[in-house]
Ligand binder design. Structure first.
Ligand code: NAD
Ligand code: TDX
Length: 342
């Protein structure tokens, strides 16, 4: 493979995947295709701009004809598809954008790949998905690759639909696809609407921390670079037509995670231990809020030898440090400047 298309490379996870591929594979040409929605931020990739094997294409995956033209022009050998509307709360406010980008956009990419890969071999269409497609767990158990889909939010319903289309294109048209479903990522460059960067910002600025419901929902947290490493492995070694679950084996009840964050931040900010606990504010629960996600990543471990490398205590400290040291990154988002530099 030579030409790899990464969609959504200006987003949180995408920027880490782009950096890994550009640095690790200098003989690949990496094309980052991104619409630069509110969540796309080229500040995330400043260090990539002058790399000879990195190219940026501003495009919307919903525009099927343009996507096909780009595939015909560049003749990508492989696709790693991360572009998506990714925030559950926004999907409750306005579901249509999620259907357009996550479903229609994905099918546009599948169609374009199908056209240009008619007479070629060794291609791969890798679709990045989420554990939220499996629905919600009770107190015990974990999602495996065969857990039936049971999405509850418009976001997860759209991601589930896109997963089905990817499998349908494999089964119907023999498109060489692979899918992974990952748990919650944390780390640098995450848009400050998501729980951790939002709460880091609010604790620093002594603003309220809006905890949904009673804070009893459980998420499994994985450091973003561990997800990027799994994506690298699955892209190169995963079996065509297969699905792999990716998780951190690291479950936290929201309120416990928030208290841990407060403990770390009070220490780093020189505040008295527990001072910021007063910022916790219980608010109306998210509609359809899934109680618990947990991933069984045994298949990825036994078949491809992947395991998370970054211990949670280390990754969590590193994450808090990154946001505290990159105040300008955040300020440019808050002021809107990050969009003016496109
Ligand atoms: P993000 O919101 O940070 O980034 C999404 C990127 O996609 C942005 O750069 C945005 O500009 C781009 N984009 C959106 N609509 C587009 C369109 N129509 N055309 C082209 N580009 C478009 O998202 P993220 O958190 O980095 O998630 C990346 C992928 O990983 C998504 O598919 C998401 O479902 C999946 N995922 C995320 C997590 C997580 O914890 N964040 C966990 C599992 C899976
Ligand atoms: O202000 C908040 N208060 C709160 O209690 C926010 C933003 C979130 N929460 C809760 C909701 C969730 O239980 O924290 C948990 C995490 O919320 P998010 O950061 O919004 O993530 P989540 O809804 O779990 O989804 C994330 O992980 C799976 C990503 O946004 C998805 O793209 C990914 O597929």
């Amino acid at each position: 493979m030579k030409k790899i298309l990464i969609t959504g490379g200006a987003g949180f996870i995408g920027s880490h995947v782009v950096r890994l591929f550009v640095n690790k594979y200098p003989h690949y040409e990496i094309f980052n295709l991104d619409k630069l929605t509110y969540a796309g931020n080229l500040d995330n990739l400043q260090d990539m701009e002058n790399k000879p094997n990195y190219h940026f294409i501003k495009a919307d995956i919903v525009e099927g004809e343009k996507i096909l033209a780009l595939f015909k022009e560049h003749r990508f050998d492989g696709v790693i598809h991360l572009a998506a509307e990714s925030h559950v709360d926004r999907s409750i406010e306005s579901p249509m954008e999620f259907i357009f980008t996550n479903v229609v956009g994905t099918v546009n990419l599948l169609n374009a790949a199908r056209v240009i890969w008619k007479d070629t071999e060794n291609n791969r269409f890798y679709h990045i998905s989420t554990d939220e497609v499996y629905g919600s767990l009770g107190e015990t158990g974990a999602f495996t690759e065969t857990t039936p889909y049971d999405p509850h939010s418009p976001y997860s319903a759209a991601k589930a639909s896109s997963d089905h289309f990817v499998r349908a294109y494999h089964d119907t048209f023999k498109l060489p696809t692979v899918i992974s479903n990952c748990s919650n990522n944390y780390g640098p460059n995450q848009f400050p609407e998501k729980l951790l960067p939002l709460f880091i910002h609010n604790i620093k600025n002594k603003k309220n921390l809006p905890v949904y419901g009673q804070g009893i929902n459980v998420r499994d947290w994985l450091y973003v670079e561990d997800h990027a490493a799994a994506i690298d492995l699955i892209f190169h070694k995963g079996k065509t037509g297969e699905t792999y679950n990716i998780g951190g084996n690291n479950e936290w009840k929201n309120i416990d995670l928030i208290k841990k964050l407060i403990e770390i931040m009070d220490r780093k900010l020189g505040r008295s231990n527990g001072e910021s606990l007063a910022l916790i504010t219980y608010v109306t629960d998210r509609a359809g809020h899934d109680l618990r996600y947990a991933i069984d990543a045994t298949k990825l471990k036994t078949e491809l030898g992947w395991e998370p490398q970054i211990k949670f205590t280390e990754g969590f400290e590193k994450t808090v440090d990154w946001y505290l040291e990159n105040e300008i990154w955040l300020q440019r988002i808050v002021s809107g400047e990050y969009r003016r530099s496109e």
